[in-house]
Design a protein around this ligand. Sequence first.
Ligand SMILES: Cc1cc2nc3c(=O)[nH]c(=O)nc-3n(C[C@H](O)[C@H](O)[C@H](O)COP(=O)(O)OP(=O)(O)OC[C@H]3O[C@@H](n4cnc5c(N)ncnc54)[C@H](O)[C@@H]3O)c2cc1C
Length: 335
Amino acid sequence: MNYVVRLTDQNISFEANEKESILEAALRQGLNLPYGCRNGECGSCIATIKSGSYSYKAASEYTSQNKLENNHILLCQARASSDIEIEARIVDTQTKIAIKQFPARVKISEKLNDSVMRIILELPKTESLEFSPGQYIDLILPGGKRRSFSLANPPHEDQIIELHVRYYDGGLFSEYAFKVLKDNSLMKIEGPLGQFTLQKSERPIIMVAGGTGFAPIKSIVEYMLEINDPRTLHIYWGARVETDLYLNKMVNEWVNKYPHISYSPVLSDVDAQSNWSGKTGYVHEAVLEDYSDLSDHDVYACGPPPMIDAVIQTFPEHHLREENLFSDSFEIAKN
Ligand SMILES: Cc1cc2nc3c(=O)[nH]c(=O)nc-3n(C[C@H](O)[C@H](O)[C@H](O)COP(=O)(O)OP(=O)(O)OC[C@H]3O[C@@H](n4cnc5c(N)ncnc54)[C@H](O)[C@@H]3O)c2cc1C
């Protein structure tokens, strides 16, 4: 059954059926409502319900802990069960690329260190994946479960897909990626997804990556280099130990070649025997030690949820405006 969803402050309406989330319905019809993980975890898609009824497709952390108040609903989880009115903004990501499913073949899978695998997927010759730097894809696993991975290659390399996959002990996909996946294996992907993309601006940029959160940062930087974007870039990459900085050499090569790029690797787990002479501690603290006033900057942050939460909580205290902070949180899927 189809219902009408009306966005009250924009006077825009679209149809949603009872089998899809309101977010899925909006994206399917080209309406860019805000979202992040699409798992009911990150809270980016919270909207306010004005009238009508809905049900949740699965209990989320938010719903089970009753964190949603003041008529707030999670659009990635809520399905309309009547005509419905909501208050939600439309995001202008400067791109309207259709989301499609593709078959893809593993061209290369190689370990970048003990816990990160680079997987290069190749699309059929007749296909190319149009995307904006910083976006992600979903791998659709046998049985229909999904895992999201940021695209690490820039959009001009549109025949391949580069992923940086971190190993999780007991993790459904990462166990498979590290122990079973072979060259030429077939995968199903859907994309492009996500709203973490390079924005038009003339402001200098600070990039904050945590672990494999470096993947979309790499895509954005390589895109900026391709189009000769003149903005200055300061890249912070946080990791536990030095070997976790799995493409450290490549970033240092950028720094040596391009005077507008600087780089601060930051380690949180340095022991007494280490000869590490760089920054230590949490990566967001290292940024704030260098920049007490962020009012002139754009910040792009990507990585594990605790790092993103720390950035969102502390950077505004250092005068970073909400509209100048762009982030993607690597939430773990719930199923
Ligand atoms: C937008 C987005 C982009 C992302 N991009 C990347 C990326 O570029 N690179 C990357 O590495 N990751 C990325 N992620 C995270 C990624 O999608 C996966 O969540 C991650 O790889 C773990 O998936 P998995 O199947 O290996 O592990 P899962 O099966 O999801 O398990 C994760 C962890 O939970 C534990 N676990 C699982 N089931 C249980 C249980 N029943 N009880 C207790 N513990 C359990 C596992 O042992 C494991 O340690 C991204 C996430 C999002 C939302």
